[in-house]
Design a binder for this molecule. Structure first.
Ligand SMILES: Nc1nc2c(c(=O)[nH]1)N[C@H]1C(S)=C(S)[C@@H](COP(=O)(O)OP(=O)(O)OC[C@H]3O[C@@H](n4cnc5c(=O)[nH]c(N)nc54)[C@H](O)[C@@H]3O)O[C@H]1N2
Ligand SMILES: Nc1nc2c(c(=O)[nH]1)N[C@H]1C(S)=C(S)[C@@H](COP(=O)(O)OP(=O)(O)OC[C@H]3O[C@@H](n4cnc5c(=O)[nH]c(N)nc54)[C@H](O)[C@@H]3O)O[C@H]1N2
Ligand code: SF4
Ligand SMILES: [Mo]
Length: 757
């Protein structure tokens, strides 16, 4: 309704800050006012500049509002939903029957703010026998997850609100956020003389500029810098020996590796003064608490997994774990890392069928996907479902990715818009937007109080689109996953209320191997219709609430969800439904972090021989690109104030930097004879593009940086299709990746630049 504030969340980065919105405009289909929601448990009224532009998401000219089928000439025709579901199910079932369900690959399941599709898609995958899947996490976080798994069977986050020292490595939270109320937290940290903000980044980012200490590392040399830092801790006696004795196994291997590191040499390779590195080590060693956040600057770079290990050793060696202001393990509704406990017990990762690459957190490395398709191997991926992801644009090596997607027997895309990936599909199934259905925040990692936010729709969905829960339920039904008879007792029970549904659901679905795999869509079908209007897609959250209650009884009790048997979970689910701003579901004590360490003896397992070997072989390999033909290091995909992955396709949403310029240092600009706005040709071994430059004091010589999320095509008012800016992955190569986790080297692409007349 016009004039009233409704509650929802921003979907432009993983923080999902709470928002209040008003709607109006033509047909009441527009956001007219947007502001931060003070009642949101994590963002507390905070919002950056981006959500004010959300109407560009909701009203995108490239929105799809009918299922589409590809014709022989490559164009699409509209078909009705029954035809679409019937044909998609039949084609995927044919692939399953001929080649095995494991050749049907699933990609996506959620972007920055839509995570419920992932839960429902598991049912469709089980109906098809699909075993392999991936998502964007397998091109950024899987190396870090693997290290967390080996160290302690879990992931960690850090408490920047209370830390004495806050360290960001390859992370620019002023622009990319990633911690609650990022700019407020950064300012508080920077202005307090007793606290220290440290940034490791080759650029003088907004965050680096406000930091107490900026270690302006040479691009791609963090392994040298981080090992020098660890070595300084060891060699200067700054480690917390008593804590290590009590809590850490295998520390002797780590200490032995670090005690011999030539600190001066490593600092020189990293381009940072040894004195400053020693200062930082002493500051870390002396601090009451240290919080560390690593992100794409090292995760999408050379030695990616080793960097994650060296980062974590800094807090392992100083005991900055399970105390206020340090690292912790949050309570989760759904662990986004999957199960990591087996890694801590010494288990090996499963491997992909064609290339034999490590599957971490259940995910095929994104850079391996083309190899898993473009092969004669009988178990190659032959069909693919892509849901809320745009791999043809966002994964490495777009050219090769397109070739792979074209080589599939069948490609089905579930999206709201005509994307680069959708254009290659055999079928496109159009979804309701995140403001037209119930959605939930899954990147909620707070501590000691963690929250969960299920949002209600604020717009009605147009005819012709469906929420993913409905799409997956229909696919499962077309695949014969369950019958009306199977559901009849559940329908009858659900009518009487959740108390009656509980024993039937646990008794005849979860304990029945024939039905259990389809539990999410069965809940959507049976419980969904009895939830408050608009919240049908939240049905699966009921199951998640029960899982959460079983896994975290103490945390829920302290949050007020107490009682016997199913009571805490039921209270929690009620609270979720009744809290449009989100609800605190867990209140933890520091000891809960130790309880979530999943190694067999509850200690941190510090020795990781694979990575200690890599550390030993670092040697003096120099910085730069080591390639005379491509002397520049290109970081392909920087977060800026108006970038948001590929969620907003209409370039008009960007108030600044409409074409996405290439940032270049003043020295390099002078050498090349270019100034602001001049166009250059930027070439890598994979591609060549033209782009305007921005001469920027942020950049060091030899390093250039392109924004992420540009180079999307979109339809203009006149109906033409145009592309704005450079699509970064036209320049990247799928073979440039970490040896262990397969994560790409997007921040370290060898490039050449020529001025254009
Ligand atoms: N505005 C905006 N915010 C976003 C997003 C967005 O698209 N736009 N996307 C969201 C997503 S999906 C993610 S994963 C996060 C990512 O968040 P970030 O990781 O913070 O984002 P980036 O800008 O890609 O990279 C961070 C920094 O790495 C630095 N870097 C480059 N090379 C090196 C190097 O060799 N060493 C070191 N130490 N640093 C290096 C870059 O200079 C850059 O400042 O942002 C989220 N937030
Ligand atoms: N070179 C380079 N490449 C990068 C990066 C980089 O720094 N450099 N960053 C990488 C990172 S960290 C990430 S996370 C990825 C992100 O890349 P992707 O994982 O591809 O995610 P998004 O760009 O967020 O695309 C999300 C898709 O979901 C669709 N969508 C939006 N709402 C809904 C909905 O409600 N339902 C459905 N079904 N679909 C919806 C959008 O239209 C869009 O197509 O990009 C990666 N690519
Ligand atoms: S920080 Fe992220 S979620 Fe919050 S308002 Fe900005 S873009 Fe949206
Ligand atoms: Mo990401």
């Amino acid at each position: 309704m016009s004039g009233t504030w409704e509650k929802t969340a921003c979907i432009l980065c993983e923080c999902n800050c709470g928002l209040e919105v008003q709607i109006g405009g033509e047909d009441n289909r527009h956001f007219t006012r947007i502001r931060g929601d003070k009642a949101h448990p994590s963002s507390k009224g905070y919002a950056c500049e981006k959500p004010h532009r959300l109407d560009y998401y909701q009203n995108d000219p490239d929105r799809i509002t009918s299922p589409l089928r590809r014709k022989d000439d490559g164009t699409f025709e509209e078909i009705d939903w029954d035809t679409a579901i019937g044909e998609v199910a039949a084609r995927l079932a044919a692939v399953r029957d001929e080649h095995g369900g494991e050749t049907i690959f699933y990609y996506g399941g959620g972007g920055q703010g839509n995570h419920l599709p992932g839960a429902y898609s598991t049912a469709t995958r089980r109906a098809l026998g699909s075993r392999y899947r991936s998502s964007a996490l397998a091109q950024e976080k899987t190396g870090e997850f693997w290290v967390g798994g080996r160290l302690m069977g879990n992931m960690t986050r850090a408490d920047f609100e209370h830390c004495e020292v806050g360290l960001f490595i390859g992370k620019n939270p002023w622009q990319s956020h990633g911690i609650p109320r990022a700019r407020v937290t950064l300012k508080e940290l920077a202005k307090d003389p007793k606290r220290t903000l440290i940034v490791i980044d080759p650029r003088r980012t907004e965050t680096a500029a406000m930091a107490d200490i900026h270690l302006q590392v040479k691009p791609g040399t963090d392994a040298w810098l981080l090992s020098a830092l660890g070595a300084a801790l060891v060699q200067e006696g700054l480690t917390n020996e008593a804590w290590i004795q009590e809590h850490v196994d295998g520390a002797e291997d780590v200490l032995a590796a670090l005690v011999d590191i030539p600190i001066a040499e490593h600092c020189q390779i990293a381009g940072v003064s040894e004195d400053l590195v020693r200062d930082v080590a002493r500051r870390i060693g002396a601090a009451e608490s240290v919080a560390i956040f690593e992100d794409l600057g090292i995760q999408m770079n050379r030695h990616s997994t080793l960097n994650s290990y060296l980062n974590k050793l800094l807090w392992v060696l100083t005991g900055n774990f399970a105390k206020r202001g340090a690292q912790y393990v949050p309570a989760s509704i759904v662990p986004i890392t999957g199960k990591l406990d087996k890694l801590a017990a010494g288990a090996e990762c499963k491997r992909t069928p064609v290339t034999g690459d490590r599957i971490i957190s259940g995910l095929t490395p994104c850079n391996s996907i083309p190899d898993e398709i473009l092969s004669d191997h009988p178990k190659r991926y032959r069909a693919m479902i892509v849901e809320s992801g745009n791999p043809a644009h966002s994964l490495a090596d777009s050219k090769r990715m397109r070739e792979a997607l074209r080589a599939l027997d069948t490609l089905v895309v579930i999206d709201i818009a005509m994307t680069e990936t959708a254009r290659l599909a055999d079928y496109i199934l159009p979804a309701a937007t995140q403001y037209e259905k119930a959605e939930a925040t899954f990147f909620n990692f707070e501590f000691p109080e963690n929250y969960f936010h299920v949002r209600r729709p604020v717009f009605e969905a147009p005819d012709g689109v469906l929420p993913e829960a409905e799409i997956h339920a229909r696919l499962c039904e077309a695949l014969g996953a369950y019958t009306d008879e199977d559901l009849a007792p559940l329908h009858a029970a659900a009518k009487q209320g959740r108390a009656a549904l509980l024993p039937v659901f646990f008794g005849s679905v979860l304990s029945n191997p024939k039905l259990a795999p389809f539990a999410p869509v069965i809940l959507y079908r049976t419980l969904g219709p009895h939830l408050p209007a608009g919240l049908e897609s939240a049905a699966v959250v009921w199951g998640l609430a029960h899982q959460t209650a079983r896994a975290n009884p103490g945390s829920l009790r302290r949050a007020g969800f107490d009682g016997e048997g199913f009571e805490p979970a039921e209270k929690l689910f009620d609270a979720i439904l009744q809290s449009p701003s989100g609800v605190v579901f867990a209140v933890d004590e520091q000891d809960e972090t130790w309880a979530r360490v999943k190694s067999p003896n509850g200690k941190i397992q510090a020795s990781i021989p694979e990575l200690l070997d890599e550390l030993a072989s670092l040697g003096d390999s120099s910085a730069g690109t080591e390639d005379r033909a491509f002397p520049f290091v290109l970081s392909a995909g920087e977060r800026r104030s108006f970038t948001a992955n590929t969620i907003l396709r209409n370039p008009d949403w960007r108030k600044k930097d409409p074409d996405g310029s290439l940032r270049i240092s003043p020295d390099d600009a002078l050498q090349l004879g270019v100034g602001n706005g001049d166009r250059v040709r930027l070439t890598t071994k994979r591609g060549s593009v033209e782009v305007p430059v921005e001469v920027s004091e942020m950049m060091q010589a030899g390093h250039v940086s392109l924004p992420n999320g540009l180079g999307l095509d979109h339809t203009t008012e006149g109906g033409d299709r145009v592309q704005t800016g450079v699509a970064p992955n036209e320049l990247t190569a799928s073979e440039d990746r970490d040896w262990l986790a397969g994560t790409p080297w997007h921040k370290h692409v060898a490039a050449r630049i020529e001025a254009l007349a």
